[in-house]
Design a protein. Structure first.
Length: 316
């Protein structure tokens, strides 16, 4: 165990205790957390600052409003229902379409309006929220993912996580749904994380349940070497989120919609650390470099250019 810890330190791997003590505690003022912990606030903040996010169709805040759900989703080919204070992808229901008065879920199962209402009641009760507190249900646009991901994703929508430190993108991965994750882009539920070269936007190696993997288990397609579209735009979008929230250390989750392009899905003040496994690189050297030099970077363009120069695979 001692040898393992030493090797991890030598590779600059950031552990959770150090992340909390030296980065989230120091650079993330506690009063700013609601801006990212409440998905409704995040969406409103993004839209007020001209940052594209999935369209909000409606919000249900109390049980008496559940009767308005059919009106909210009427004529919607598809939609997503999620808790405002959820985490880890829990409580998210994706409807692909409607058949008369029934709804087809992402896994192909057909559910009734009563079942849909029951799910919303569960969200309101806090079943899926942080701390189990009463919550709100958000009904929003269902993303149609970019065709580039069709061969390396199962059913659901992949998302791109970019860690941003003091406005500089320092590490990234794409989270790819699998059959095990039931189409959700959540690593803890069985999704795959494929590292992305910050300089080029091309995928590197991948991790599945903390183990390296070269092919998607459901499609059999290679995970490395996929070029993420609009990579420069994604880095700029992530860098902008530093000013958006004021958080020094955060994860920015972006989806690539087939028609609408990049959309900010969520922001996270405590992003997970599996991204280091996906990139086969530690975060610490990159964070320390930015800490020492970020004062010289005065614009978003400079911060993005700095990231692409210093955190390329060849520069790692």
């Amino acid at each position: 165990m001692t040898n393992l810890i030493r090797r991890l330190r030598e590779r600059g791997v950031l552990a959770i205790n150090r992340r909390n003590a030296q980065y989230t505690l120091i650079y993330n003022r506690r009063g700013l957390y609601p801006l990212v912990d409440d998905k409704l606030l995040t969406k409103q903040l993004a839209q007020a600052n001209g940052i594209a996010a999935p369209e909000l169709y409606g919000v249900i805040e109390v049980e008496g409003q559940v009767e308005h759900l059919p009106e909210i989703v009427r004529d919607r080919e598809g939609f997503v229902i999620k808790p405002a204070h959820g985490s880890g992808g829990e409580g998210i229901l994706v409807a692909l379409g409607q058949i008369n008065d029934k709804f087809r879920k992402q896994d192909g199962r057909i559910i009734t309006l009563d079942e849909l209402n029951h799910h919303v009641f569960s969200l309101l009760s806090g079943l899926y929220s942080l701390g189990g507190q009463p919550d709100r249900a958000l009904i929003e646009y269902r993303v149609e993912f970019n065709p580039i991901f069709e061969s390396i994703s199962y059913q659901g929508v992949p998302d791109i996580r970019i860690i941003v430190f003091l406005g500089v993108p320092v590490m990234s991965m794409v989270r790819l749904p699998t059959r095990m994750s039931e189409g959700k882009a959540n690593l803890h539920q069985g999704a795959i994380g494929a590292g992305i070269d910050i300089a080029t936007g091309r995928t590197l190696g991948a991790v599945w349940g903390n183990q390296p993997v070269n092919e998607h288990p459901d499609t059999g397609r290679a995970l490395a070497g996929v070029q993420i579209p609009d990579w420069e735009k994604l880095l700029e979008l992530a860098a902008r989120c530093h000013e958006l929230t004021g958080l020094g250390y955060q994860g920015v989750d972006i989806v690539l919609d087939r028609d609408k392009g990049p959309l900010v899905l969520e922001l996270n003040a405590r992003p997970g650390l599996n991204i280091q496994i996906a990139n086969k690189a530690g975060l610490l050297p990159r964070l320390r470099k930015v800490e020492a030099e970020h004062d010289t970077l005065t614009s978003i363009a400079e911060r993005v250019a700095y990231a692409r120069e210093h955190f390329a695979v060849s520069a790692a």
